[in-house]
Design a protein around this ligand. Structure first.
Ligand code: KG4
Ligand code: ZN
Length: 366
């Protein structure tokens, strides 16, 4: 899992990642900047040539000792990384700042201080270059990221957005045309993975660690709830599942095999609920394409279960490239390109960040 890799990396598979989603004819080179949480992500997206380069610095190692993200440390680290990573994406694609047509940055939601680093840098560079900048909704970045992959889906589709902060099912009819179908009433799916990982004595972030431990576990020894499986709507709830993990951990022998068995059951419960609700969303909308985005979308067991259902159920399931499931600059550059193509973007010096950014505002162009 790339989140454990703290070295900056780049992707050279430009052809492989070239989007099949048509942009208008106007040629554009967009710098994308993601700093909403604990990854500094920079990317260059070209309207004709696709993703030219993306670089990521994960702060996971720095936050690991604290068992979660420390906002002040996150902001300071973004400041350290943002300029070298910008230089790196430009150098890797043989471009210079003057080649940029616009700069996209994550405006929210996320950690206020972390967002401010990206926004201030984007605005400063855009002003210096005399080009527009645009604030992107982080979830819109995730939502559109599967369009960067090979065999990208056509609109409309259902999107299952499963990250550390959000769990939502949406109907997506086009760029900016998002209708919320259902969401979590409490913890997000990634949060449930992270909290359960902690209870199981695993590190942060918990998703990949739980997934790995679950592979060694046996089925049938523990029984955990499938919250809201039969609720009759498309909402989720995961805080009870986390509490059930806590109770199981306390009652079970303190050994590796018990922990693996609990992880397996937790993983199975998460997958069962996410798959069932996604299928229900397809049925409710009558759509035949499901897009999975956000960090939990990297989960192997979830992908296997959805692929198996899709093979039998006559619908298509689409994922971002695995390394673009979790936070990255490429999805922000791409969302920026789509928005610039629609004439959005500002050259004013004022800017804001939106640590809390509701879906209603998110649908600004719906
Ligand atoms: O989208 P993301 O990188 O950041 C947010 O916007 O929140 O998602 C991070 C979340 C974390 O909770 C992490 O534990 C989870 O995604 N995650 C996974 C996996 N990889 C990352 N959860 C389950 N299985 C994975 N393989
Ligand atoms: Zn995210």
């Amino acid at each position: 899992m790339r989140a454990l890799d703290t070295r900056a990396r780049a992707v050279h598979t430009r052809a492989a990642l070239k989007t099949q989603n048509p942009l208008p004819n106007k040629e554009m080179l967009i710098l994308g900047i993601e700093t909403s949480c604990d990854e500094t992500g920079l990317a260059l997206y070209h309207s004709d040539d696709g993703l030219l380069a993306h670089e990521l610095h994960s702060q996971v190692a720095m936050h690991e000792a604290y068992g979660g993200v420390v906002p002040e440390l996150a902001s300071r680290d973004h400041i350290r990384r943002i300029l070298p990573l910008t230089r790196a994406v430009l150098a890797r694609s043989g471009r210079v700042p003057a080649d940029l047509d616009a700069i996209a940055y994550t405006e929210g939601p996320g950690l206020a201080g972390a967002l401010l680093v990206g926004a201030a840098f984007a605005k400063g560079l855009a002003l210096a270059l005399g080009i527009p900048s645009i604030g992107i909704h982080h979830l819109e970045g995730h939502l559109l990221s599967p369009l960067l992959a090979h065999g990208a889906p056509q609109f409309p589709f259902v999107a299952l957005l499963v990250s550390g902060g959000h769990t939502q099912l949406m109907r997506v009819d086009g760029v900016g045309r998002y209708a919320l179908l259902g969401e979590t009433l409490d913890d997000a799916a990634g949060e449930a993975f992270d909290k359960s990982a902690k209870l199981l004595g695993l590190g942060y972030p918990g998703g990949p660690a739980v997934s790995r431990l679950a592979e060694r576990g046996r089925a049938g020894r523990f029984s955990l709830p499938r919250p809201m499986l039969h609720s009759g709507n498309l909402d989720f709830s995961f805080s009870g599942l986390k509490t059930a993990v806590l109770i199981a951990v306390r009652a079970a022998p303190q050994d590796e095999s018990a922990r693996a068995d609990i992880a397996r059951e937790f993983q199975a419960a998460m997958v069962e609920v996410l798959v069932a609700k996604s299928l229900a969303a397809l049925e409710a909308t009558g759509l035949q394409r499901l897009v999975v985005a956000g960090g939990v979308g990297a989960n192997r067991q979830l992908r296997e279960a959805l692929d198996a259902k899709a093979a039998r159920g006559g619908f298509g399931v689409y994922y971002p490239e695995p390394e673009l499931c979790t936070d990255n600059g490429a999805m922000i550059a791409y969302a920026g390109a789509l928005r610039f193509a629609r004439g959005e973007g500002a050259t004013t010096s004022s800017f804001s960040v939106r640590p809390r950014w509701e879906l209603a505002e998110f649908e600004r162009s719906a």
